[in-house]
Design a binder for this molecule. Structure first.
Ligand code: ZN
Length: 256
C-alpha cells in the first residue's frame, strides 16, 4: 500500500515536471521560430520553474530581483549554437551575483520609463558549461546549428575569434547576455543580428546594419554603461560588471 502510494506520488511529480518542461519547450520553440529569418521575437510567457534554492552566498535568482524581465535561457534549450542543452543547465533560470543583479535592476528601472523591458539570455554560467563548449568545438562533424549561428565561420575558430571563451566572465557571475524588448508588446527590439550569431554583424560597431539598428544597440549600451557595466566590442549583447564581486573566482555549481 505504502509502496503504491509512493509510486503514485512519483508519477504525479514526473507528470508535473513533464508538464512544466512542455511549457518551457513550447516557449523556446516559439521564440526560435519567430527569430529565424532575423525577425523580431514574440511576446514570451513566464514559465513556472522549480528552484533548488541552494545558491552560494552572494548569488541570486534574477527573476526575483527583476520580475518584469523576460527570461529565455538558450543554453537550457536546444536552440543555441551547440544544438543541445548545455552541461550544468538544469533549469531555465538566470542566476547572477547580487551586486550584478542590483546594477541590472537599476538598468531595468531606467528602461521602464522609456518603454523597454529586458530579455535575459544568460547570466551565471557554470565552468562545466564552458568546458562543454570546448568539447563541442573540437567535434568537427557536428555542424547542426552552423546555418543559424555561425554560417561563415569554422567552429574551431570561435574561441580564437573571441565569440566563446575558455574562461568566461559569466562563470564569475559578473557577465550577462541580454537585449531589449518593447514593454507594450513584448517583442524584441531590432538589433540587426540575433543573440549568439557569431560573425562580424554582431560587432557593436559593424557597418553591416542600419542606422536604426545602430541606434537600438546604443540604447542598450548606454544604459548598461551608465549602471556600471562594460560592453564587449564583438558581441552587442554581452556586458560585464566593472566592480565584479568575484573577479578571479570561477564557479561550477549547476543552474537549478
Ligand atoms: Zn556573454
Amino acid at each position: 500500500m505504502l509502496r503504491k502510494r509512493k509510486l503514485a506520488a512519483k508519477k504525479i511529480t514526473a507528470f508535473t515536471f513533464a508538464a512544466s518542461l512542455g511549457i518551457a519547450l513550447i516557449f523556446h520553440g516559439s521564440i526560435a521560430a519567430a527569430e529565424s529569418g532575423h525577425k523580431a521575437g514574440v511576446a514570451s510567457q513566464p514559465v513556472k520553474v522549480q528552484k533548488k534554492n541552494n545558491l552560494p552566498k552572494g548569488f541570486v535568482y534574477l527573476d526575483e530581483v527583476i520580475p518584469t524581465a523576460q527570461y529565455e535561457i538558450r543554453y537550457y534549450s536546444e536552440n543555441n549554437f551547440t544544438g543541445s542543452r548545455v552541461d550544468g543547465y538544469k533549469a531555465p533560470l538566470a542566476i547572477f551575483s547580487q551586486a550584478g543583479a542590483k546594477a541590472l535592476k537599476a538598468v531595468s528601472d531606467d528602461l521602464a520609463g522609456k518603454g523597454f523591458i529586458l530579455r535575459i539570455y544568460d547570466a551565471y554560467r557554470p565552468q562545466k558549461a564552458v568546458d562543454d563548449f570546448v568539447a563541442w568545438s573540437q567535434d568537427a562533424d557536428d555542424i547542426k546549428m552552423k546555418q543559424q549561428y555561425y554560417p561563415k565561420l569554422d567552429k574551431r575558430n570561435l574561441f580564437k575569434l573571441g565569440f566563446i571563451a575558455k574562461k568566461s566572465g559569466h562563470t564569475r557571475g559578473g557577465t550577462v547576455d541580454l537585449t531589449l524588448a518593447y514593454a507594450k508588446t513584448g517583442t524584441l527590439v531590432d538589433m540587426g543580428s540575433p543573440y549568439d550569431f557569431f560573425g562580424e554583424i554582431s560587432y557593436y560597431n559593424t557597418s553591416l546594419i542600419s542606422r536604426t539598428q545602430h541606434a537600438n544597440r546604443k540604447i542598450l549600451k548606454d544604459v548598461m554603461v551608465k549602471h556600471g557595466f562594460k560592453p564587449y566590442s564583438k558581441e552587442w549583447w554581452h556586458f560585464t560588471l566593472i566592480k565584479e564581486p568575484f573577479p578571479s573566482q570561477y564557479f561550477n555549481f549547476d543552474v537549478e
